[in-house]
Design a protein around this ligand. Structure first.
Ligand SMILES: [Zn+2]
Length: 261
């Protein structure tokens, strides 16, 4: 697994530095997945100055940044995705409030945050998570939509259907109570779901769900397993440009051929 991941990272860096970076066509969109925005050396933490550079790139290139609500509305109406980028954050790190919100506000970019509800106001493994007040302030800012990332961050494919339903419905209810607004989206912890999970999520009243498979979204994309492209500590600007362009889909095709051998 370690070697396979290293090979994937090497392939991606090499590939994105070689292929032309072409804007996403109107028919597709790229959903980006962030976690923490901070100075930690954790692989999931993007330093604030790099996050600022990435947002500036989107602004300089006039790449439309769309909310997940707008993207899902377009998908439901089978309208094109506008060649847009959608920004999302998983888990609910406190630095999303202190470091990401001001930068997003500066550019007028919307974003979605998927909160683990058992961790509201908690500190775990040295990570501080958003308090109820911060979550409310983020939702009230008009920048953030708050979505569910379950109650306890389990792999939903390892739970019974009833267990999965409790995690999804429970976290949706907690957030709706806390925010006083409807929670419409969720992200699967670890990107893991069983065959029946998307239907459970739909029955819980959510409008769409996102995973961790890479690639762009198009009008054919399944609403309850939308792909996302991960931006991490190690993501270079070359890789970032690749993730918001047609290069990401070309890379997935090449990776499929190489890793199948
Ligand atoms: Zn997570």
């Amino acid at each position: 697994m370690y070697l396979k991941n290293n090979m994937k990272a090497f392939l991606k860096t090499t590939f994105f530095s070689m292929v032309p970076i072409t804007r996403l066509p109107a028919g597709s969109a790229s959903i980006l997945k962030y976690h923490s925005i901070g100075e930690s050396t954790s692989p999931l933490s993007v330093p604030p100055h790099l996050f600022a550079k990435q947002m500036q790139y989107l602004a300089d290139c006039n790449i439309p940044v769309m909310s997940l609500s707008d993207l899902v509305a377009r998908l439901r109406e089978r309208k094109d995705c506008g060649g847009a980028v959608v920004i999302t954050f998983d888990d609910g790190y406190r630095d999303n409030y202190s470091a990401a919100l001001p930068l997003l506000q500066k550019h007028g970019f919307p974003a979605t945050l998927f909160m683990i509800t058992d961790l509201v106001g908690a500190t775990e493994n040295g990570h501080a998570y958003l308090s109820a007040g911060e979550l409310r302030a983020m939702a009230d800012s008009g920048v953030f939509e708050i979505g569910s990332h379950t109650q306890s961050h389990p792999r939903l494919d390892r739970l019974s259907p009833e267990g999965a339903r409790t995690e999804v419905q429970g976290s949706k209810a907690v957030l709706e109570d806390l925010l006083g607004r409807e929670v419409r989206f969720m992200a699967y912890p670890w990107g893991a779901y069983a065959a029946e999970t998307p239907a459970i999520v739909e029955r819980c009243g959510l409008d769409a769900a996102v995973g961790v498979d890479e690639g762009t979204v198009s009008t054919d994309s399944p609403l309850y397993t939308l792909p996302r492209n991960s931006i991490q500590h190690s993501t270079s600007m070359t890789q970032f440009r690749g993730n918001v362009s047609t290069a990401i889909d070309s890379y997935i095709k090449v990776r499929g051929c190489v890793l199948r051998r």
